[in-house]
Design a protein around this ligand. Sequence first.
Ligand code: MN
Length: 232
Amino acid sequence: MDNSPTSHSKHVLPDLPYDHAALEPHIDTRTMILHHDKHHASYVEKLNAALEKYPELRERSAIWLLLNLDKVPEAARTAVQNNAGGHVNHSMLWKAMTPGSGGEPAGALADAIKRDFGGLEKLKTRFDEAGEKVFGSGWVWLVRAQQDGGRLEVVATSGHGNPLMQGHFPLLVNDVWEHAYYLKHENRRPDYLHGWWPVVNWPEVARRFERSDLSAEQRWEGDGGLTLVTTK
Ligand code: MN
């Protein structure tokens, strides 16, 4: 293996910010092990493989790739979109959860939730319904919309789509692929969605909400910036 300083950057699997067992009993340990160590890891591997032939893209972050798919050669575009999406979405998901969170949104975020949804309980209902409706594999999001004066909106994406590709800024995300819940909840996706709220990391949502006012380039700095965000 070439470990010289001139060897090119590779995307890397981020460590979980807590132990695999830390989200019990809401998210079970076995699911966390498979989800992070196997599923997320495979997207990172496949993203690196898809970029192997394109040195000009290897220094770019996964977020940059999603925002600039038109600059990815067509032969690699689908693989880059799917695997960069899988990498970015899961990286956001781990941070969207935290052990012993409990709390509720506060401050400006709470005000915006009240303004745009009528309150936290209504947001939860909208979010869970959107997650339940995803046909097949996908994700459900709370975003700061690009349009509509920056309102908060709940949106769903299929596959590993990310609403940043529509210009939205993601604040909170949950994964509704079966691999996220099947071991514990089998086919009962609504149970998984309803049971997820106690692990939501509201301070992280608030941090992203604050950044959403910044320019397109600055607001991604908390995710590592638009270049080399996920590479070492
Ligand atoms: Mn997943």
